[in-house]
Design a protein around this ligand. Structure first.
Ligand code: ATP
Ligand code: MG
Length: 431
């Protein structure tokens, strides 16, 4: 639609979800809450805004997010604040601040908007949504496997087929540092073949070079020394343990030695669920272990692992794979003709809502002819129209007429109507 320049529009990369499009969101959000509950995870909610220092210290100074994607601003006190670009940092901050991690395990989940100043494109937005889970206080590979099984269950329950799992281990911080030195030496020997981005990262974040998508760099990366050959024995054991758990559970995976993830805080296990059906933005879910982060942010030494799913991408794949979202039409639309009926309609609607749990009933407001009211009833998508004239109002009765199938209008007592509506509610199976 053409807009005059005077009209204020949404910020680029930040999308409205219009009423016709909210059903898949609600469906997915409901499935995610049920998934978390099925594994004993409890919801945590934390602010959209945190102190900038939190993200700098956790995500890392030389990551894409901190270098160029954060929405940071000074508030009126001159303090630097940032719209959260991800959930882990805020979740860990909240857990430390409220003492949730002292000798305790926590299995938590969150869902909400995140903000990154990226170039908007399909599957990449400036406000997007993540569902994340974090497990604290568990160091064995069994919890790593649990997180992966949660993902596998979700894809299965949604009926998604074209998602695969990639896994890697980054080892301990010490092993990573040692590997980093070996890698930098190799890359320096081939400095002439590095692209500009990679040359810049050579000093700041060389592991990220392995993650480069530039085709010209691929043979160089393929021949680079592998992190898996430099793992510390404990991390190698942990990784082997995870693979055994996944084999036992029958979960297919591919070990991808070049999977490094963009955030600094990861150690040992990292994983991604990816699809080829969404073009370049094919990572639906990314996660990993971050055993050092809690202590680094001032909490007790606490092993931890988590993942985050990008909801826009997941909804995109659901669309591509034609996942059916159960419809939630109105059950009934109540029209009223006549002065007495118009007054009685509201209270009648209230009584029906009381009598029929789960009923979705819309009351016609604004008067109008019988014909125009019926037109609205039809357009509302409701399964039946309830019809009230002055006579019915006086007698405590109601007409009921099916709108989506053939059938005559019949006039019944209010209790009989409630009975029919109860049947409609039971049939749609959502409640
Ligand atoms: P990418 O490599 O695609 O930029 P990332 O490594 O920055 O992803 P994470 O920080 O691990 O992503 O976030 C986890 C998930 O959140 C991603 O796998 C993706 O599904 C989703 N996600 C990340 N950034 C965006 C964005 N700008 N728009 C939409 N979804 C996003
Ligand atoms: Mg990114």
């Amino acid at each position: 639609m053409a807009r005059s320049p005077n009209n204020i529009q949404a910020v680029r990369g930040m999308n409205d979800v219009l009423p016709d499009r909210t059903a898949p969101w609600q469906y997915l959000e409901q499935r995610l809450a049920m998934l978390a509950a099925a594994y004993g995870y409890r919801e945590i909610r934390f602010p959209l805004v945190e102190r900038t220092a939190l993200f700098r210290r956790s995500i890392g100074e030389v990551t894409d997010i901190v270098e160029k994607e954060m929405y940071s601003f000074e508030d009126r006190n001159g303090e630097s604040l940032t719209l959260r670009p991800e959930g882990t940092a805020g979740c860990v901050r909240a857990c430390i601040e409220h003492g949730l991690l002292h000798q305790r395990q926590q299995r938590l989940w969150y869902l909400g908007p995140m903000f990154r100043h990226e170039r908007p494109q399909k599957g990449r937005y400036r406000q997007f949504h993540q569902f994340g889970v974090e497990a604290f206080g568990l160091e064995g590979p069994d919890i790593d496997a649990e997180l992966i099984l949660m993902g596998a269950r979700l894809w299965r329950e949604l009926g998604l087929r074209e998602i695969r799992l990639e896994l890697n281990s980054l080892g301990s911080a010490a092993a990573r540092a040692a590997y980093r030195a070996v890698l930098v030496e190799y890359l320096r020997d081939h400095e002439a073949d590095l692209d500009e981005d990679s040359r810049r990262r050579l000093d700041s974040n060389p592991l990220r070079i392995l993650d480069s998508k530039n085709p010209a760099m691929q043979s160089l990366i393929e021949a680079a020394p592998r992190l898996s050959d430099h793992l510390d024995p404990a991390s190698a054991d942990h990784f082997a343990g995870l693979c055994r758990h996944l084999d036992e559970a029958g979960v297919a995976y591919r070990v991808n030695p070049r999977l490094v993830r963009g955030l600094d805080y990861y150690s040992r296990t990292v994983f991604e669920w990816v699809t080829d059906r969404l073009g370049a933005q094919g990572t639906l879910c990314a996660g990993g272990r971050y055993d050092g982060l809690v202590a680094q942010l001032g909490g007790p030494q606490t092993p931890a692992i988590g993942f985050a799913i990008g909801l826009e991408r997941l909804l995109g794949l659901m669309e591509v794979e034609a996942v059916a979202v159960p419809p939630r039409p109105l059950h009934a639309y109540l029209v009223a003709l006549g002065e007495r009926a118009a007054l009685a309609a509201g209270p009648t609607a209230e009584r029906l809502r009381d009598a029929v749990p789960g009923l979705r009933l819309q009351l016609h407001c604004g008067g109008g002819s019988f014909k125009s009211q019926f037109k609205r009833a039809d357009r509302s998508g409701a399964l039946v129209a309830l019809v009230m004239g002055d006579e019915e109002a006086a007698a405590g009765r109601l007409g009921i007429k099916p709108l989506r199938e053939e059938g005559e209008q019949v006039t019944l007592t209010r209790d009989e109507v409630a009975q029919r509506l109860r049947r409609l509610v039971a049939e749609d199976g959502i409640n």
